[in-house]
Design a protein around this ligand. Structure first.
Ligand SMILES: Nc1ncnc2c1ncn2[C@@H]1O[C@H](COP(=O)(O)OP(=O)(O)OP(=O)(O)O)[C@@H](O)[C@H]1O
Length: 358
């Protein structure tokens, strides 16, 4: 019996079985692939016991599947009832929620607002927990944090939220990651320690694409080797980043909200690219389709898309030259909320819904 495999999955095998399996050279793979009757005969162990053991081993080896279930998911408010309703309750805990949108669409504004709403008391939909704001470009806009806190506390006149308007930053931990190396180190080693010590309900990463874009550039000298190698390296790094964040979110029942930049989407005729091409199919998970006037595509591609639980898109409204604050918030995909679109605005008071005819 290869005890190394068992140790690595934390499976304790009784000594009497271990000795027999070692003597008969039965490995973990044998247990999983041979007929139980063969093992029973060879080791002189009752068939029932062998079957029982195989079942336990399979259970220990199979990855635990975490399927989001709306009934078991907990949320905290975004600060706007209509947005909460569209999201089936607000920002989901134990999920990775991505907010994609072009520059100036309001991703950071949304993230700052969530750093405050997570601190609200449970009676008004908050979690009464802290937030960590990891930025890869400019740091957290503290002036805006104070401004939004003031308006947020006025929204709940029956609750005494004066502490929030006076000290909104006390429970927001800010970390700046200017390059990929520091980002990986912080998320893998420092963030888990912080989360053990402080009751963090929200991890914000603003924005995810910046460091990957800067780090893995296309090389003119070796275009093919470099670009293929880069794609593979980036895929691995993104999967690792998402896995680390997912693990933290699950362990601490916290929400992860990630801002993602977008690039222009080149529209091509579907007669040429075909209905089964990624270009065509990606309309359903990117957030922009060809009916949009200025279609975009979120950065970091399919590997990243597969790691995001809920994708939201913030769209600047093309006809809003007079009202620059107007946006559309699109729920692109989510396991718990249907696809939808709501009219919102970003004003001095923050991000909130507006009526359609505004
Ligand atoms: N104090 C404020 N009052 C009203 N609107 C504001 C205020 N501060 C920011 N905004 C709005 O938010 C927009 C900027 O949003 P934000 O910085 O979140 O964009 P972003 O999507 O994060 O962009 P980038 O990708 O460049 O970081 C501004 O264009 C403005 O419309």
């Amino acid at each position: 019996m290869d005890s190394w495999t068992l140790r690595s999955i934390d499976f304790v095998l009784a000594d009497e079985y271990m000795q027999v399996f070692e003597r008969e050279r039965i490995t973990t793979i044998d247990l999983l692939t041979l007929e139980p009757t063969v093992i029973s005969e060879r080791c002189q162990i009752k068939l029932e016991e062998v079957q029982n053991l195989i079942e336990q081993l399979k259970k220990a080896l199979l990855p635990q599947r975490i399927t989001p279930d709306a009934r078991e998911t907990h949320f905290f408010t975004t600060g706007d009832t209509e947005i909460d309703k569209a999201l089936h309750g607000g920002i989901a805990l134990d999920h990775i929620t991505e907010i994609s949108g072009e520059s100036g669409s309001g991703k950071s504004q949304f993230c700052i607002q969530l750093c405050l709403t997570v601190q609200l008391p449970k009676s008004v939909g908050g979690l009464d927990r802290a937030a960590v704001f990891i930025s890869t470009e400019s740091g957290l806009e503290t002036r805006r944090l104070f401004q939004l806190a003031k308006f947020l506390s006025l929204q709940y006149p029956n609750d005494d939220l004066s502490y929030l308007s006076r000290h909104p930053g006390d429970r927001v931990y800010t970390i700046l990651c200017p390059d990929l190396e520091s980002q990986e180190h912080i998320i893998e080693y420092q963030l888990p320690i912080l989360m053990q010590r402080v009751n963090i309900g929200l991890i914000v990463l603003d924005s995810v694409a910046a460091n990957y874009r800067a780090e893995l550039r296309y090389s003119r000298n070796h275009p093919n080797a470099s670009s293929l190698g880069n794609i593979a390296t980036r895929g691995n790094q993104l999967a690792k980043l998402a896995s680390n964040l997912r693990e933290l979110a699950h362990k601490h029942n916290a929400a992860v909200v990630i801002a993602n930049q977008v690039s222009d989407r080149v529209s091509r005729s579907y007669d040429q690219i075909g209905l089964f091409s990624l270009d065509y199919q990606s309309q359903w998970f990117n957030g922009w389709d060809d009916t949009d006037i200025d279609p975009k595509t979120p950065s970091l591609g399919l590997v990243w898309t597969n790691n995001v639980t809920t994708r939201l898109a913030l769209l600047k409204r093309p006809n809003s030259a007079t009202r620059k604050s107007l946006r559309k918030l699109r729920i692109v995909y989510s396991p718990i909320a249907p696809t939808s679109e709501i009219d919102i605005a970003i004003t001095l008071e923050g991000l909130h819904t507006v009526s359609e005819d505004t």
